[in-house]
Design a protein around this ligand. Structure first.
Ligand SMILES: CC(C)(COP(=O)(O)OP(=O)(O)OC[C@H]1O[C@@H](n2cnc3c(N)ncnc32)[C@H](O)[C@@H]1OP(=O)(O)O)[C@@H](O)C(=O)NCCC(=O)NCCS
Length: 232
């Protein structure tokens, strides 16, 4: 196997940002809503946010050693507390969403808030998987599964009680479910409307709903003993 999964470092951020542009934006189901929507993949705020996740040591990169260590997958993740959700919620409510990206942001903040996963699991911190993407030429080879399993093992080793991800499409939901994550809350895109009553988030079939998925890290089965040690 020539692909390895390892912790993302600050030096990886430029390549990882370009990777997100090429393999996440324009691929993630919600961003496939028909129409000509401006997608800003990198700006100072986004960059600082990604850097803050990398500094926590909780983000991963998959690199292909046979192609000079080229990035072929990323998982940006970081610790989340109830106060982060509250702050996000206040921020998205500062003005009405108009552009598709603003609606997506609002929808995702809303579903996270309604999932009430901190209350449901009675915890005050969670490892939150923010962005998962695999090279579009290397999909269906188990790379996302390796990234998520490695992240779970990293989270467990660091002592986090819970890992959470908001899955915006059927494929990622299926992947998380196959790894023992349970659906805490889901919402249909058809039910989210703008102030004129129009459905604005319209991903292609088969993606009809977003699901907040979670797993108790300290109780999960050991997927591959020693995996964490292999990669870090
Ligand atoms: C979703 C994504 C990360 C999956 O990456 P991947 O490396 O192809 O996934 P894996 O090969 O590890 O697949 C794991 C499981 O996910 C599900 N899955 C992944 N892609 C699928 C597809 N195209 N069709 C149906 N099921 C799919 C399957 O259950 C699969 O298990 P199986 O192959 O044993 O059936 C990748 O398609 C991607 O980068 N998409 C664009 C960005 C995105 O949508 N990210 C997630 C946002 S929440």
């Amino acid at each position: 196997m020539t692909t390895i999964v390892r912790e993302m470092k600050i030096d990886d951020i430029d390549e990882a940002s370009l990777f997100v542009r090429d393999h996440f934006y324009g691929h993630e189901p919600l961003m496939l809503t028909p129409g000509n929507h401006p997608l800003i993949y990198d700006d100072p705020k986004k960059r600082e946010y990604r850097l803050s996740l990398v500094r926590q040591g909780t983000s991963l990169v998959a690199v292909d050693q046979s192609r000079e260590g080229r990035t072929v997958g990323v998982a940006f993740a970081g610790v989340m507390h109830p106060s982060d959700l509250e702050q996000n919620w206040r921020e998205v409510n500062e003005r009405k969403p108009k552009l598709l990206m603003e609606h997506i942001h609002y929808f995702l903040c809303n579903i996270k808030k309604h999932a009430q996963f901190f209350e449901h699991y009675n915890v005050t911190d969670a490892l939150y998987l923010k962005t998962l993407a695999v090279d579009s030429t290397m999909r269906r080879q188990g790379l996302a599964r390796r990234l998520v399993v490695t992240l779970m093992e990293l989270g467990r080793t660091r002592g986090y009680p819970l890992m959470v991800a908001t899955c915006t499409g059927q494929y990622s939901t299926r992947l998380m479910a196959s790894l023992g994550m349970e659906c805490v809350h889901s919402e249909l895109y058809a039910d989210y409307k703008d102030e004129d009553g129009n459905v604005v988030i319209r991903p292609p079939e088969p993606h009809t709903e977003a699901s907040v998925m979670a797993i108790k890290l300290q109780e999960m089965p050991l997927y591959s003993p020693g995996l964490y040690k292999t990669f870090f």
